[in-house]
Design a protein around this ligand. Structure first.
Ligand code: FES
Ligand code: FES
Length: 146
């Protein structure tokens, strides 16, 4: 079984997996124990599994663990140490989450868009993540300030 060293939220983690095609999502959740990243659809539709790889948003349900070696992976746990990321602050101010299941993926997706230099309405118009609870209105409000 292959062993890889992954840089996740600034720390190196050495993991042994069944094969290099294992989705990064399973490695994060089941091996490293970072359960903030969620499994929704498993088919690249919902965005619940969003993480950043070298600053860009990737869907970890369809990202091979072997492809993550040598790259900087950031999960919701690594967005900030104290919820101080501007997107997290906007989410708190606007009381965005309902059940919360989709929100890790939402926040990571928005943070990646901010990394790319996008703001406000531009981010809102790009956001395709799904929220079963229908928090879209509050998400739009929160994004206005970013
Ligand atoms: S679980 Fe990856 S896009 Fe839905
Ligand atoms: S807050 Fe429940 S799925 Fe989005």
């Amino acid at each position: 079984m292959p062993t890889y060293t992954l840089n996740i939220n600034g720390n190196d983690h050495t993991v042994t997996v069944q094969d290099g095609n294992m989705p990064l999502l399973w490695v994060l959740r089941d091996i490293v124990g970072l359960t903030g990243t969620k499994y929704g659809c498993g088919i690249e539709v919902c965005g619940a599994c969003s993480v950043m790889v070298n600053g860009q948003r990737e869907l970890s349900c369809d990202f091979d663990v072997s492809s993550a070696v040598g790259k900087r992976i950031v999960t919701i746990e690594g967005l900030s140490a104290d919820r101080s990321h501007p997107a997290q602050q906007a989410w708190i101010e606007n009381q965005v989450p309902q059940c919360g299941y989709c929100q890790s993926g939402m926040l990571v997706t928005v943070a990646a868009a901010m990394n790319a230099g996008h703001h406000g309405n531009q981010i809102a118009s790009e956001l395709r993540n799904l929220c079963v609870c229908g928090t879209y209105q509050r998400i739009k409000q929160a994004i206005q300030k970013l």
